[in-house]
Design a protein around this ligand. Structure first.
Ligand code: GLU
Length: 480
């Protein structure tokens, strides 16, 4: 085994990448980076029936977006390849045969009918070791005759297989409870149980980081390492991420897909930051952390043994923190597409709109709704103008909108400061409070009760022409 830390992420291309899968990969990435080691991507595609078209490309895209660069992988050779399981078939066969020679596995010729007969009323069977001690000559004869076979693990009898998990502590399983399971299937494909051991060993993986679903099978895998005389890796099993108190996130049911969140306008960094904290907590309980800070702070002690619940509202909050922390320019770049889509080709100032939206959304997909007022304007309910505290009613509104028209009509310098000054001056002259005019003006130019900013901001983003057109429309509406 190498003395440098080597971890791997081993997704199966059987669908999209849910947050739980990605979190497993993230911890493997953080652990490797923290220890100055290598992070390896391996594609576990032996389950050809569940393979989904395009899923491998999605894995590459996701890792790239998430900022989890790998040192070795299918498209980045590091001398331990190939990194795609279906390209390693010869290797599995060769090592399965070798394991037979070493006494850690055996050929089994039992057919389907026989295995079915072993089943209980639920069809579940435990292999009865029927072929475990076939004479060597018989095995050779049957192989030579081309009989179909599988290779099974020869689990040593009367031992307790133990290991120390870095999260869960000591895990031990009595070998009497371990079946002589299939390692190499009759079609020559390895089972996960075999492939994970061969690959992790040959790829020099020092720390296996994966979900708790493998916690109790690991003693079985360790027996394979032992039979080969290989050093076992260290293990870190991670508790699941749940969608609620009883259900795990699942890619089969379309839960919490990374790319869906990206499409909804969550910054990738915010998703990564949020999922890093799902099952791990830094010593100082910090929340907003960059990738570099995560790498520095990541430690096994902070990993929780219990499941965590995915909370989209919390992730949304995190996203808002990331958007707010962006510079004007960064936010403009990030939001541009959303804004352009929202204004449907109309001539509004995208930069201006970006600065309006900057502190007002938690995720970018909120933008179109917030900018609806730019496209939708028409007859609206005049009761919106009624505001007791402001002492505004429809009569006051009529006057206020006229004041706004007079104030802004002759104004060329269409900036927030100039607009504010003019409206304030004209309000005073008309014996009104500036606040009353602003309140009415905002409704008059948006036709909406709730807007993403005050009257002045709305006027600036609408531009003078559109603003005057709307004020005139509203004035007429009020006079009707
Ligand atoms: N391909 C397995 C999965 O997606 C990986 C398990 C492992 O990391 O060993 O669950």
């Amino acid at each position: 085994m190498t003395d440098i830390v080597r971890t791997r992420f081993a997704p199966s291309p059987t669908g999209f990448m849910h947050i739980g899968n990605l979190r497993t990969g993230l911890y493997a990435f953080l652990f490797a980076r923290k220890h100055g080691g290598k992070f390896i991507l391996r594609i576990e595609d032996t389950d050809q029936e569940r393979k989904v078209e395009g899923a491998v490309e999605m894995i590459y895209r996701t890792l790239q977006k998430a900022g989890m660069s790998y040192d070795e992988g299918p498209d980045k050779d590091g001398g331990y390849g190939p990194y795609v399981q279906t390209m390693r078939m010869d290797i599995y066969k060769q090592y399965a045969e070798k394991l037979v020679e070493l006494g850690g596995a055996y050929y089994c010729f039992c057919d389907k009918e026989r295995l079915e007969r072993l089943g209980d009323e639920n069809g579940v069977h435990t292999y009865d070791k029927h072929c475990r001690n076939l004479p060597k000559e018989e095995v050779e004869r049957r192989l030579a005759a081309g009989e179909p076979y599988v290779i099974r693990q020869k689990v040593p009898e009367g031992v307790v297989s133990e290991y120390e998990d870095m999260v869960f502590g000591k895990i031990s399983v009595d070998s009497a409870d371990i079946e002589d399971g299939v390692l190499l299937k009759s079609d020559g494909l390895p089972t996960y149980n075999f492939a994970n051991v061969i690959d992790d060993h040959l790829m020099g993986i020092t720390h296996v980081i994966r979900g708790t679903e493998y916690l109790s099978s690991t003693p079985k895998y360790n027996l394979i390492y032992d039979a080969f005389g290989w050093e076992r890796p260290k293990y870190m099993h991670l508790p699941p991420i749940m969608k609620d108190a009883t259900r795990k996130l699942s890619k089969r049911y379309g839960d919490a897909n990374f790319e869906d969140f990206i499409a909804k306008g969550y910054p990738a960094e915010a998703i990564v930051n949020y999922i890093a904290l799902l099952g791990w907590c830094p010593k100082d309980n910090r929340e907003k952390m960059s990738m570099q800070e995560l790498i520095e702070a990541f430690d096994t002690d902070g990993i929780s043994k219990s499941a965590s619940i995915f909370d989209e509202a919390k992730m949304r909050w995190m996203s808002g923190e990331y958007l707010k922390a962006m510079s004007e320019e960064e936010f403009f770049e990030a939001s541009r597409e959303w804004i352009e889509r929202a204004i449907e080709g109309k001539e509004f100032d995208v930069k201006e709109l970006a600065s309006l939206m900057h502190t007002r959304v938690d995720i970018l997909s909120e933008i179109p709704e917030k900018l609806k007022f730019l496209n939708e304007f028409g007859v609206y309910d005049l009761n919106m103008y009624v505001h007791q505290k402001m002492k505004v009613d429809v009569e006051v509104a009529k006057k206020a909108v006229k004041v706004a028209i007079c104030a802004l009509d002759g104004l060329d310098d269409w900036t927030a400061d100039a607009i504010k000054q003019r409206v304030t001056d004209f309000a005073a002259e008309a014996g009104m409070k500036a606040g009353q005019v602003m309140f009415c003006m905002r409704i008059a130019i948006t036709g909406a009760q709730v807007t993403p900013g005050g009257a002045i901001e709305m006027a600036v983003v609408l531009g003078k022409r559109e603003c005057m057109r709307r004020l005139t429309f509203s004035s007429e509406l009020l006079e009707k």
